[in-house]
Design a protein around this ligand. Structure first.
Ligand SMILES: [Fe+2]
Ligand SMILES: [Fe+2]
Length: 372
């Protein structure tokens, strides 16, 4: 250690000054694969989280044409998944979009189907455009429409495709691949029969578990994830509109609802959560920050978010991220219509491990000062 940060020059922090004898000692420790904790302690134990990811926006106007180009360049049978992934410039080493979360845009055209596989990472998708998309999760086939949110929990066999009568579809994938790899727990298998065979009725999951406030009386679901595999846009939006009639909402998120496992009320999957929020006309939320990473997709409307002092203007289907412990506030700049943000996060991991923490910005009436 050469320089000591004035903040660390106190009792309780490492503030040992180097000298020749210590340097010789450090060399000898290194020779036996050891080190003196006080030389690294302040780095490995920061005063507060130091997110590695950059706040960033990926614009749909840039993404869509490049994603569509992939159709002519690779076949899903060869690519496995025809996905253009969102690469945070500061997380290239782990192929993450933000924190330990992966995201990408997948494109398939009518009649295409990708082989079944399973992995230890959990996955979700949010449908951006097209008709006729379906996904099969452990034999449960669900048909998907625009702005539907779908889960493929960890360890489940799954495959995606587009019906012959459908159109080219694009959806956002979200996975916790970087987290699973960081925990050195990832597995991947392709299905022994290439595709799943199922005798279950199509849409049996949403038809059994998709009615609000109701569960099948003979429910026997015993998995640690949601029996409801698809959360449709229309009832989600209606829920936000109704909730807005009776609440002022969150200071930081407007009208916001969590997608849940209807059996338990928990998050739909063990490691990732998802939310849909509505910013009312001209609503500008206050700023807060919390542990956990969030990736947003604009589901409706236009506006901007201020993240770490920078303004990111967004419109429908743009995707942006808020890294852990980073100040953020959202604004709908349309005075007549609401704006909706879909988002997914790693909050379930943060909460289960006891790491979830949240803080409101107290100065400047809760609003950040723009740095650029
Ligand atoms: Fe997958
Ligand atoms: Fe937040």
């Amino acid at each position: 250690m050469t320089e000591i940060d004035p903040k660390d020059d106190i009792l309780g922090r490492a503030r040992v000054r180097d000298n020749d004898e210590l340097k010789e000692y450090y060399d000898e420790l290194a020779n036996i694969d050891t080190g003196a904790l006080w030389t690294v302690a302040n780095d490995i134990e920061p005063w507060e989280p130091t997110p590695k990811s950059a706040p960033i926006i990926w614009r749909h106007s840039d993404l869509r044409k490049q994603v569509l180009r992939a159709i002519d360049l690779v076949r899903p049978e060869d690519a496995g998944r025809r996905v253009v992934y969102l690469r945070n410039p500061k997380r290239q080493d782990v192929s993450a979009a933000c924190g330990w979360l992966f995201s990408g845009l997948q494109v398939m055209k009518a009649g295409e189907k990708a082989g079944a596989h399973r992995h230890a990472a959990s996955a979700l998708r949010f449908i951006m455009e097209g008709e006729g998309a379906y996904t099969i999760v452990d034999g449960h086939k669900v048909e998907l429409g625009g702005k539907d949110f779908v889960i493929t929990p960890n360890g489940t066999w799954h495959e995606h495709g587009i019906s012959d009568e459908g159109t080219t579809c694009i959806w956002q994938d979200g996975l916790d691949i970087p987290l699973t790899n960081a925990l050195e727990a990832n597995f991947y298998e392709v299905h022994p029969d290439d595709y799943q065979s199922t005798n279950l009725p199509t849409n049996d999951s949403p038809f059994s578990y998709g009615a609000p406030g109701l569960m099948p009386a003979l429910d026997k679901w015993d998995k640690p994830y949601s029996p409801l595999l698809k959360f449709s846009w229309e009832p989600t939006y209606e829920a936000l509109l109704n909730y807005a009639k009776v609440t002022d909402g969150s200071n930081y998120d407007g009208i916001i609802m969590r997608y849940i496992n209807p059996q338990s009320g928990d998050d739909p999957m063990l490691t990732m959560g998802a939310q849909m929020q509505m910013l009312r006309p001209s609503e500008h939320t206050k700023s807060h920050r919390h542990t956990g990473n969030v990736i947003y997709q604009v589901a409706k409307g236009s506006g901007y978010s201020i993240i770490d002092g920078r303004r990111f203007d967004w419109t429908e289907k743009d995707i942006f991220c808020v890294p852990s412990w980073t100040w953020h506030e959202h604004c709908n700049n349309d005075g007549n219509d609401d704006a909706c943000l879909f988002s997914f996060n790693d909050f379930p991991v943060m909460k289960k491990l006891g790491f979830y923490k949240e803080q409101a910005l107290s100065e400047n009436d809760g609003h950040q000062t723009l740095t650029t």
